[in-house]
Design a protein around this ligand. Structure first.
Ligand code: NAD
Length: 363
């Protein structure tokens, strides 16, 4: 079995799909591992660390030509791939018809049945959201003009920052924990009522809205709210947002546009120096009316609005290490006697295998 790790080419991407520790695990299991030149450089894993771990560092063409399995974060152009290859990565935006036509077996970690306990070690969405939730707090703290913790000094007492986290999934929980560790007073809100307990267990307060929309949907995710429900939610959130110094939003609904939670009006009512970080900002929109992916803007009333995009890539070593472990866990599941065995009746594979045998699987 030959496994290749490609260098990521997306703008701003600094992660690598497999770190040297992962190479060692594969070579110990008898695989040959090819790593494209400089694949891990931006994640602080120089080529020499890969050769020490037992990999061969090669040009991209060699990796593409010789690999049976290709490990990536983002899907490369299908033109470089060939029949029978197994491509494993995050496949958002991938040209699935072209991959199918080329006879590539494309495996997308987004489709993992996350509720299965045996799939948890493979859950790349969670591992990367964890990194993003952590970093969102640091990004906010960086531009926030006051302290996050309460500080008592001879020159007087500084009050702690009031942080509001909207959306308490994986990223939101990590943001709550990080803001608490920095000493902020944290409040959080989600439409899934079951999150209240998790919020409190992290030492934060759960925001109860009078409209109390119960928004639990299928598979542990939120459901999309009706237009009236969204309106009521926004209306009520406005007043709470104005009372906070830092707002971090992470609300998403699978397959839908992220809900709008923070209106322009709400940002106008915040005090100067406040910060809003929209982790949901992306091509479909975000949770904050004024946010734009990858853009930081300061409003006329002095509020910094950050459309956070690709935050996991800005903590590249930690994010790569976690992703690499997710891939190894998935590979252990896929490989039988050293070769990948595609079996669409397997619950995990049925979720992640997107193209196989020349067609799209419909997963
Ligand atoms: P996500 O990224 O889809 O959404 C983030 C959060 O936004 C969710 O908590 C969601 O309820 C919330 N949200 C959506 N619409 C909202 C609105 N209008 N107002 C406020 N909040 C809103 O979620 P995720 O981080 O991928 O996690 C989703 C669920 O999956 C959670 O229950 C999480 O614990 C669970 N999960 C379970 C496992 C596991 O069991 N192994 C692994 C990962 C995630």
């Amino acid at each position: 079995l030959t496994v290749a790790v490609l260098r990521e080419t997306a703008p701003g991407e600094r992660r690598v799909a497999l770190v040297p520790e992962g190479v060692r695990a594969l070579t110990d299991a008898g695989a040959r591992v090819l790593v494209e030149n400089a694949a891990g450089e931006l994640a602080h894993h120089p080529d020499s660390s890969y050769t020490e771990a037992g990999a061969e560092v090669v040009p991209r063409e060699t990796a593409l030509a010789q690999a049976g399995i290709l490990l990536v974060l983002h899907c490369p152009l299908p033109t470089g791939l060939r029949k029978g290859q197994v491509l494993i990565g995050l496949l958002a935006g991938a040209d699935l018809p072209a991959l199918a036509e080329r006879g590539v077996t494309a495996i997308g970690l987004e489709g993992l049945p996350r509720k299965l306990s045996r799939a948890q070690s493979m859950d790349a969405l969670s591992s990367q959201d964890n990194v993003a939730g952590y970093k969102a707090v640091l990004v906010a703290a960086q531009v926030y003009p006051r302290y996050l913790p309460m500080l008592i000094t001879a020159a007087g007492t500084a009050p702690p920052a009031r942080v509001l986290v909207l959306g308490v999934g994986v990223a939101g929980l990590q943001a709550i924990g990080t803001a608490r560790r920095l000493g902020a007073v944290v409040t959080a809100y989600d439409i899934r009522p079951e999150t209240a307990e998790e919020v409190r267990s992290l030492g934060a307060s759960f925001l109860e809205l009078a409209t109390a929309i119960a928004g639990s949907g299928q598979g542990g995710y939120a459901r999309a709210l009706t237009a009236e429900e969204e309106q009521a939610q926004r209306h009520e959130l406005d007043a709470h947002i104005a009372r906070h110094d830092i707002v971090i939003t992470t609300a998403r609904v699978p397959g839908r546009k992220p809900p709008l939670l923070v209106t322009e009006q709400a940002v106008k009512a915040m005090v100067s120096g406040s910060v809003v970080v929209d982790l949901a900002a992306g091509p479909l929109g975000g949770n904050v009316e004024l946010s734009e992916p990858g853009v930081t803007r300061v409003t006329e009333n002095g509020v910094t609005v950050i459309g956070a995009e690709g935050l996991a890539a800005t903590v590249p070593s930690a994010a790569s290490a976690a992703y690499s472990r997710n891939l190894l866990a998935l590979l252990r599941h896929l490989l039988h006697e050293g070769e990948p065995r595609i079996d669409l009746t397997d619950e995990i594979q049925a979720g992640v295998v997107r193209t196989h045998d020349g067609r799209e699987t419909g997963a």
